[in-house]
Design a protein around this ligand. Structure first.
Ligand code: FES
Ligand code: FES
Length: 157
């Protein structure tokens, strides 16, 4: 279509090229076009963090990122955290520490925590809470999520 542009990006290690609307949001391209539906939409305004992904190694809210800004970029979504059927140690810790209840916030929490642990492999509780401050959870009260992140950090020692 004349009003579309060609977008090329790598998602979880796989290259994709597709036509998108010039004003498409990265969140919609990931969910609707490429079917990475683990990335959720909540507020659509950068407030809740459920749409968090890593773009070129940086944690971003994909609802706020124009897809064209990801041109040629490398993206990690929640689907890219596991190694095949094998969960990452962080995902495993969310399971064992009951870090997920309804699970809606969990993909964003996992990406934010992955970003945090890459920057600070042994965060104290305050650092975990600060690292996850952009991600809202309506169910857990955050305690078990913080426990899960610290468990994963301990087990990585
Ligand atoms: S949907 Fe992106 S921050 Fe809420
Ligand atoms: S587990 Fe339900 S919103 Fe966090």
């Amino acid at each position: 279509m004349a009003d579309q542009i060609m977008l090329s990006l790598k998602v979880n290690g796989q290259s994709h090229s597709l036509q998108v609307h010039p004003f498409a949001r990265l969140l919609d391209v990931l969910r609707e076009d490429l079917r990475f539906t683990g990335t959720k939409e909540g507020c659509g305004e950068g407030e809740c963090g459920v749409c968090s992904i890593l773009l070129n190694g940086r944690l971003v809210n994909s609802c706020l990122v124009p897809a064209v800004q990801a041109q040629g970029g490398e993206i990690v979504t929640v689907e890219g955290l596991a190694d095949g059927q094998r969960l990452s140690s962080l995902q495993d810790a969310f399971l064992t520490q009951n870090g997920a209840q309804c699970g809606f916030c969990t993909p964003g929490m996992l990406l934010a925590a992955t970003d945090l642990l890459q920057r600070n492999p042994h965060p104290d509780e305050a650092a975990v809470r600060e690292g996850l401050a952009g991600n809202l959870c309506r169910c857990t009260g955050y305690v078990k999520i913080v426990d899960a992140v610290q468990t994963a950090a301990r087990e990585a020692r």
